[in-house]
Design a protein around this ligand. Structure first.
Ligand code: XMP
Length: 422
């Protein structure tokens, strides 16, 4: 896929996460923006000549000064935004810079993005060959598929792999959202027995991810082979993934998604969301007519309930986690809290606990309830859920899921704790 033409401002990342915030602010004003790493040499800026550069860093920093001087010498407008600047004053300064110094017009909208991407996808996909897209039921792959479908229609084949590690009602929801839209080009593969079989005896979180990632590739390859002349693969990569993969850093968790597919299958990648932030992906999904419920849903990890069942993943333990999870979601929805939270779920721990039911000793599992607020999953705080909602969740889990003997609430922020327990 070709890069979008550079018609907006570049935000340079001298101050870590600040650059993303500023880039989003610029886009909220309907100007296009890109984040470039600070370690790009000034020559890149001079060669590519963006209409303007916002340098997110400290004015006294030697790197910031050097870049600002190089931009100035090349006649490229530059604005230095200090690390802690926020608020409406900052927004006004940026808007004035973009309009008056860079000569930009605020005309970057979702509708325009759709038109440009449809044209770009058609150009990239040529005249022939099938295009495949794995649907996870999540926002990114759903929106990517809907956009590519608008561009190439029946050449798109979508594959939804039910890993058996999905939440309650999930396969049915995906069916309802896509069966009609994609018709015979929507494949629903029930691979739950295969996945659960491969996971037998596996307890280490990264091992689980590898097993699931590999099995996913295998199922996907089999389906692609039966489709025939497959040449392109759609991936729902979003802009933070692109920015962060450029910045480096150590591995915390290997997010599997469909990583590994392109190398093995020698497919060309179509990544129509690679310049969008998550909230933009959601607005795009709505503009493409996807159900609101699907577009605004919480993120769900590719390995699914396998990383929420601590220790060994058996069909029985997955079912316990699924039932607890459904209660958490149900009660939060009832209380109108789902939209305030980034994610909310239950974790089945390996801990056993003594209890008493009908005068008889019990020895059930401990379930943990986790809710978090976050803007982008890089950091998160635990959700300040009202006690009566926590109470309803706990009572229902203890009443309706006999295997659970105790419910605890997770009050750990990220960092140091990650959002998922595994
Ligand atoms: P952590 O647990 O690292 O999660 O704080 C950050 C975000 O990523 C999701 N997550 C995953 N997503 N495959 C995925 O596709 C994975 O293996 C995976 N692990 C975590 C998590 O739900 C949260 O939104």
């Amino acid at each position: 896929m070709p890069m979008p033409l550079l018609k907006g401002a570049v935000v340079v990342d001298f101050a870590g996460r600040r650059a993303q915030d500023i880039a989003r602010l610029v886009r909220e004003m309907n100007f296009y923006s890109e984040v470039w790493p600070a370690f790009d040499p000034p020559e890149r800026f001079v060669a590519d000549r963006p209409p303007g550069v916002i340098v997110a860093g400290e004015a006294g920093d030697a790197g910031v000064r050097a870049l600002a001087a190089a931009l100035h010498a090349a006649g490229i407008p530059a604005l230095v935004v200090e690390g802690d600047a926020t608020g409406s004053g900052l927004a006004a300064r940026i808007e004035s810079f973009l309009k008056h110094e860079c000569g930009l017009t605020p005309d970057w909208t979702v509708e325009r993005f759709i038109d440009e991407q449809v044209a770009a996808i058609r150009a990239a996909a040529g005249e022939a060959g099938a295009i495949v897209c794995g649907l996870s039921g999540g926002v990114d792959s759903s929106v990517a598929a809907a956009l590519v479908h608008r561009a190439v229609g029946d050449r798109l084949h979508t594959i939804f792999v039910n890993t058996g590690l999905m939440r309650a009602g999930e396969p049915e929801r995906v069916e309802a959202a896509f069966r009609e839209r994609f018709g015979p080009n929507f494949r629903h593969v029930d691979a739950s027995a295969r996945f659960l079989g491969k996971l037998a005896g596996v307890t280490d979180p990264e091992h689980k991810r590898r097993v699931i990632g590999e099995e996913f590739i295998r199922v996907f390859e089999e389906e692609a082979r039966s489709i025939g002349d497959v040449r392109y693969l759609v991936q729902g990569t979003v802009y933070p993934d692109v920015i962060e993969s450029g910045v480096g850093g150590g591995l915390v968790k290997s997010h599997h998604n469909v990583g590994g597919l392109p190398e093995r299958m020698a497919l060309e990648l179509i990544e129509p969301l690679r310049y969008l932030f998550k909230d933009e992906v959601r607005r795009l999904g709505e503009a493409l007519g996807l159900p609101r419920e699907l577009v605004w849903r919480h993120p769900f990890p590719g390995p699914g309930l396998a990383v929420r069942v601590l220790g060994e993943v058996t069909p029985e333990r997955v079912e316990i986690a699924r039932r607890c999870d459904a209660i958490v979601t149900d009660e939060l929805r009832r209380a109108g809290l789902m939209d305030d939270l980034w994610q909310a779920f239950a974790v089945l721990t390996e801990a056993r606990t003594v209890g008493v039911r009908d005068d008889t000793r019990t020895y059930g599992y401990v379930a943990a309830v986790r809710t978090v607020t976050s803007r982008d999953a890089m950091s998160a705080d635990w959700g300040r859920i009202p006690y009566d909602v926590l109470d309803a969740i706990s009572r229902r889990i203890l009443n309706e899921v006999p295997a659970i003997g105790r419910v605890v609430y997770d009050i750990s922020p990220k960092p140091p704790s990650t959002i998922e327990w595994e």
